[in-house]
Ligand binder design. Structure first.
Ligand SMILES: Cc1cc2nc3c(=O)[nH]c(=O)nc-3n(C[C@H](O)[C@H](O)[C@H](O)COP(=O)(O)O)c2cc1C
Length: 311
């Protein structure tokens, strides 16, 4: 009931490990054993990066969330791609690519060249790309989230022949206008889907933040981003009438949480924070719970439930 083939890629179940847990792609043999149906490695950047100085990760126990200020720590596209080339993966692997977190890549052309370097290095490796334009913790902000920057980035990436589907990972902090701009630009390019969403940077007005002494810097995950993520999944689905495949991520702790994202339009689900708070068995509990929920609602396969609330 949980199996799907999307863009010719077979997903045994819809629950994937989100980008940022396996930054250097060291865990691809272990994660299928944990119960995941796929994983996204990275974010991987053109150059190796130490990330931001510590501390850079905090728990918000009452809010069931993490504050993340890693700053794209990873060993860089050359080392990681060399290690993965020719490797047979046991499940689908997404290659999440971002721009090296440093002053040199802050300029637009240098930033695009950096994305292209990592993109090229991973030709022939993995099953799909995710272009991460929404890291809240990188030098120079998110220049490719706005219209002109995104247009240039996607045109630049198209000069490199893509051998797999490309997803765009978006921020939950976009305004309606910024979101419409992103949809307009994406419609002109060969993008197959969206990853909704990355961490939220906004503190004010988010009543899901119940801890005190929340660090000022960093993006926030888990329950703090869940409703925002669900809103973007529903909006992409409704505005584009199922044209894009949506990977829903943000605050999935239980089967009910995953099912909600599927019913508003997500075909696949990713998580990190739910596993950190509840333990690795959460992944198989979510998959088993999904089967029960699909049975309850009379669906034969998960694909029938995608977007059921937004038809
Ligand atoms: C420790 C940590 C590191 C992260 N690093 C990345 C990253 O490098 N690239 C990226 O696209 N997202 C990154 N994220 C965001 C997650 O992939 C995900 O979008 C977000 O945490 C919401 O999902 P969750 O609530 O299940 O954790 C990171 C999240 C966490 C918790």
């Amino acid at each position: 009931m949980l199996e799907q083939t999307i863009f010719g890629i077979r997903f045994k179940n819809p629950i994937g490990l989100s980008a940022g847990f396996d930054k250097d792609a060291l865990l691809t043999d272990i994660m299928p054993e944990v119960g995941f149906g796929f994983e996204e490695v990275g974010s991987i950047t053109g150059e190796a990066c130490e990330g931001n100085p510590r501390p850079r990760l905090w728990r918000l126990p009452k809010s069931e969330a993490l504050v993340v200020y890693y700053g794209l720590k990873n060993r860089g596209c050359e080392e990681i791609s060399r290690r993965l080339r020719g490797k047979k993966f046991r499940f689908p692997v997404g290659i999440n690519i971002a721009k090296t977190n440093c002053a040199r890549t802050a300029e637009t052309e240098a930033g695009i060249a950096d994305y292209c370097k990592a993109y090229t290095a991973f030709a022939g490796i993995g099953d799909y790309y995710t272009i991460n334009i929404s890291c809240p913790n990188a030098f120079g902000g998110e220049p490719f989230s706005e219209k002109e920057g995104l247009e240039k980035l996607l045109s630049g990436l198209e000069t490199v022949p893509a051998d797999k589907p490309v997803f765009l990972k978006i921020s939950p902090d976009m305004s309606e206008r910024e979101f419409n701009d992103v949809l307009d630009v994406v419609a002109r390019h060969a993008i197959s889907g969206f990853v909704c969403t990355n961490l939220t940077k906004k503190r004010e007005g988010n009543d899901k933040i119940v801890d005190t002494n929340v660090p000022e810097k960093g993006g926030i995950s888990g329950k703090v981003v869940e409703d925002l993520s669900n809103k973007f999944i529903a909006d992409v689905y409704k505005k584009t009438r199922g044209r894009y495949v949506i990977i829903g991520v943000g605050g999935v702790f239980t089967a009910e949480d995953a099912y909600k994202k599927i019913r508003v339009g997500a075909s696949l689900i990713e998580l990190i924070t739910g596993m950190i708070f509840k333990g690795p068995q959460a992944v198989s509990e979510i998959n088993q719970g999904l089967v029960t929920l699909l049975h309850r609602d009379g669906f034969k396969n998960i694909s029938e439930a995608i977007g059921a609330d937004n038809h």
